[in-house]
Design a protein around this ligand. Sequence first.
Ligand SMILES: [Zn+2]
Length: 488
Amino acid sequence: MNVAATPDPATTTQPGAAAERAYWCETLLLDGEPTAGVRVEVGEDGRIVDLTPGCAPRPRDVRLGTVLPGMANAHSHAFHRALRGRTHADGGDFWQWREAMYLAASRLNPDRYYALARAVFAEMLVSGWTAVGEFHYVHHRPDGSRYPREHAMELALAAAAREVGIRLVLLDTLYLTGGIGRPLAPEQRAFDDGSAAGWLERWRSLRNALGTDPDARVTLGAAIHSVRAVPTAAMREVLAGLPSAAPLHIHLSEQPQENADCLAEYGLTPTGVLADLGALSPRLSVVHATHLTDADIALIGSAGATVVMCPTTEADLGDGIGPARRLADAGARIALGSDQNAVVDPLLEMRGLEAGERLASGERGRFDPAALLAAASGSGYASLGLGDAGLRPGALCDLVEVSMESVRTVGSAPAQLPLTATASDVLRVIVHGVIVADSGRLVSAGAGAGAGAEADAEARLPQALLRHALAALDNTPPTRHDTSGGAE
Ligand SMILES: [Zn+2]
């Protein structure tokens, strides 16, 4: 698939144009509470016009069974999907895994990034993630030189999202150093914009290139990679230069080494550095927040920042268990992300959040099912700047129907689905008021449309898209750099 040959992202037709319609849900989990007979009317703008509980369906309504609110994957690196099933047997730690990840990054170009992102976004959509915050830092060629087409990698992500119909918040990421006080390693050159000013200029230009999307199906947010990758002076420039409405994300204290390096350089924890810069606020989302001090927890909580926990990734990489309950008690919002995409399943992220708490505390119900669902849905949407009203008139109409008849869910109280269902139980997925996926398949074949019935069927299957995208990567030799610099 050639990105240059795909339609301009600004004019790509969405799968199934939104028209005024109504869904009738046999049961809708409203604020985690199962509510019977809910009619959801959708306007042409993809937003909820009216929501009426306790009513009967009308003849033209689309009838749904048990329905959850749309769920936002607040932290993803789509290309890490290339490592799934290939890094789990060799032991090691986060830092060794990262070497494999850099090799995968070096195989990307706009075409291959588009194909892989389209496949991963398709997998997310059929799994019940209706929105994704893509934490994107592979901006340039492996040697750091620019692609001839401006914003080629970013437009590849936007085109991929538009084609499958997932809501994308592109968290374009600033990445300047290979560790605190260290230059970038050769394998990190593709991430580099040279300076905060250079990144801000590219960010503003990218905003124009993406165009204004009144539907909020593809929007632009921002990210600072971490205190490891961005010096404080550059962070200050970013905070001053970004519009206040843009959501801002940062990796925080995923590894003890980051904390040790930060204390040695600044005499502060990474959270302390952010507090010192005035960066902690409700517009900020900190990702992982695994290794925190009591003072860090109080700072993040009192600022009302969001913490994006990534339980399946943190478990896979042996990162540790973050203090989610304590952060929530201190005032932070908890959202969820799939991060490295070794697992793409919002229900397993919910369950992982609670499982970590139970294993660490010896108590059940640290987050009740309604709180788990709020983390995956409303808090995730808020973290990505997509509104935090929940399912209300005026909110985006994103819904996920879940089977109550599977071997996993039969007999479940609907309110307890976050502890029983998996992505395999997801039936119809509605984004922007339109059904975009059904029982593991995309509804529209997107760019595959018109290529024959068999090709159309393949183009609707995430696993077929993944197979093609991974084969293209596997057939590309990685760029191996001289890594004698040993930077982190
Ligand atoms: Zn990450």
